[in-house]
Design a protein around this ligand. Structure first.
Ligand code: MEV
Length: 492
């Protein structure tokens, strides 16, 4: 394992219907929101966790990996520390890790900053150690982390952070199913009061012990409402979903988890003609949500503000956890026919998702005076084939660039060098998701090279026979493009 720098992000969440009941084997509906948690990680040589989480007042926190989970843990550091500990227990590694978290939303909103940070940390560790956890494995580890800290909880928040979109979810992730909806006409009002989920869950647990029948009846009713709401969301019947939210709120009131402030915002929204409104999450604070037609949206928002709420702009259905790429997906590439005549221009994203769009790429093969070939290991933040070995330098030709300009720029950007290059071969390279028109150039240099850490994790000269052995024994893995280029110029 080497020093890998990664940025991972995961969305916040909003509970739509079914809170509390979902802790006890009933379903809920949750949507991932566009505000994201970002976690930057770097493996370090000392076996230590270093943590900066300024949003929750944790700065310069340091703990030996062997001590994780032991002794005093500041509240803001708990989720990250236990996530790292749980990962290490299952997938041991020797290096330490430096983590910085940064949130696009206040940890006060109840958007799930803790669960989103757990998910980001586990995803980053999975990537950095090449453990390749599936989303299901990620969920199990993240849910365990929540339970270790909170004692109880449904896991709906980690599911939203991992899978994104809008989900139908049952306790412990027994069922996690997407609910396909283009948009949700949602308005979110923050009460200004932080809810304490752990305390609320335990308060309700005590109530459930004293009045089991009453609480179970409430949960069954909420489950029924949630099932119907799932269907109505699919049908786009927001009026009915609003009504169901109102019914859900009545039961939450019965449970005793509403509050004066929540009720004030909810009734203000209703008076302004919202289709429905309810609290969202544990209750007694955090946010309320309302559904309203586009004509009533402003009136409902203003009514919530007037009642003392802060309207939080939110786009639902956000994508789940992802490694952030340093590649700009909107960069414009040159699209050509098989004879290299320019046909037009398309974005990086379009070219990489449509094999009919042949786009221009260039590559340099650099040899030293011993005849060894320089290869580069792609950084973990590349959008394609991250961590695999490529030729010395390679890249795309963007709109307005010649092949020569592009290849020299790649040398400078990726390796921090430039040198005379000679044309070697032009060819078409076909891969499952994309088709490239490639030009290979040849250069001579003994270095030194100054690889750009954002693009290149490592560079190394290889004897050609050594390279062939490494490939055969799978000690190193080349990108599809590198294999094709090396075959075209008859090195492989
Ligand atoms: C808290 O946001 C929602 C609860 O249902 C707890 C949980 O599902 O883990 C109260």
């Amino acid at each position: 394992m080497m020093n890998k720098k990664l940025t991972v992000s995961a969305p916040g969440k909003l509970m739509l219907l079914g809170e509390h009941a979902v802790v006890y084997d009933r379903p809920c509906l949750v949507t991932a929101v566009s505000q994201r948690m970002r976690v930057m990680t770097e493996l370090i040589n000392e076996p230590t966790l270093l943590l900066d989480a300024p949003d929750v007042n944790v700065v310069g926190y340091k703990k030996l990996l062997s001590e994780l989970g032991k002794g005093e843990i500041p509240k803001g550091a708990q989720f990250v520390e236990i996530a790292v500990k749980n990962f290490l227990d299952k997938y041991p590694f020797k290096q330490g890790i430096n983590i910085t978290t940064q949130s696009e939303f206040s940890s006060q909103f109840g958007f799930g900053s803790s669960s989103a940070s757990i998910v980001c940390v586990l995803k980053a560790l999975s990537e950095a150690t090449n453990s390749k956890l599936t989303n299901e494995q990620l969920f199990d580890l993240a849910y365990k982390t929540v339970l270790d800290i909170q004692g109880k909880g449904s896991g709906f928040d980690v599911a939203a952070a991992i899978f994104g979109g809008t989900l139908y979810f049952t306790t412990g992730g027994r069922i996690i199913e997407p609910v396909n909806t283009a948009d949700i006409p949602l308005i979110v009002g923050y009460t200004g009061i932080k809810a304490d989920t752990k305390t609320m869950i335990f308060e309700i647990e005590e109530k459930k012990k004293t009045y089991p029948e009453k609480i179970n009846r409430i949960y069954d009713a909420i489950a029924k409402i949630t099932e119907e709401a799932r269907q109505k969301i699919l049908e786009g019947d927001w009026k009915r979903v609003g009504k169901l939210m109102d019914f859900n709120q009545e039961y939450l009131r019965d449970l005793g988890v509403s509050s004066e402030k929540l009720e004030a915002l909810i009734s203000a929204a209703k008076r302004a003609d919202a289709w429905g409104a309810k609290l969202s999450g544990a209750g007694r604070g955090d946010c309320m949500i309302a559904l309203a037609s586009s004509e009533k949206r402003n009136a409902v928002s203003n009514a919530i503000k007037k009642a003392g709420g802060e309207v939080v702009p939110v786009t639902p259905n956000a994508p789940g956890v992802r490694v952030e790429t340093t590649d700009n997906q909107d960069e414009v590439f040159v699209v050509v026919d098989r004879d290299d005549n320019v046909l037009g221009y398309k974005t990086r994203w379009e070219c990489h998702h449509d094999p009919s769009l042949i786009h221009r790429t260039v590559g340099a093969l650099i040899f030293n005076d011993k005849g060894q070939l320089l290869l580069q290991k792609r950084s973990m933040t590349k959008d394609m084939e991250a961590g695999l070995w490529g030729i010395s330098a390679a890249g795309h030709v963007t709109r307005g660039q010649t092949d020569e300009e592009a290849v020299h720029l790649e040398l400078q950007e990726e390796l921090g060098v430039d040198m005379p290059l000679t044309f070697w071969k032009k060819f078409i390279s076909e891969e499952p998701d994309e088709t490239e028109r490639d030009v290979a150039y040849k250069g001579m240099s003994n270095g030194p090279f100054h690889p750009n850490a954002e693009e290149v994790a490592e560079v190394r000269f290889f004897e050609i026979c050594e390279l062939k052995l490494h490939i055969a024994s799978r000690r190193i893995q080349l990108t599809e493009g590198a294999i094709k280029t090396l075959q075209e110029v008859k090195i492989l």
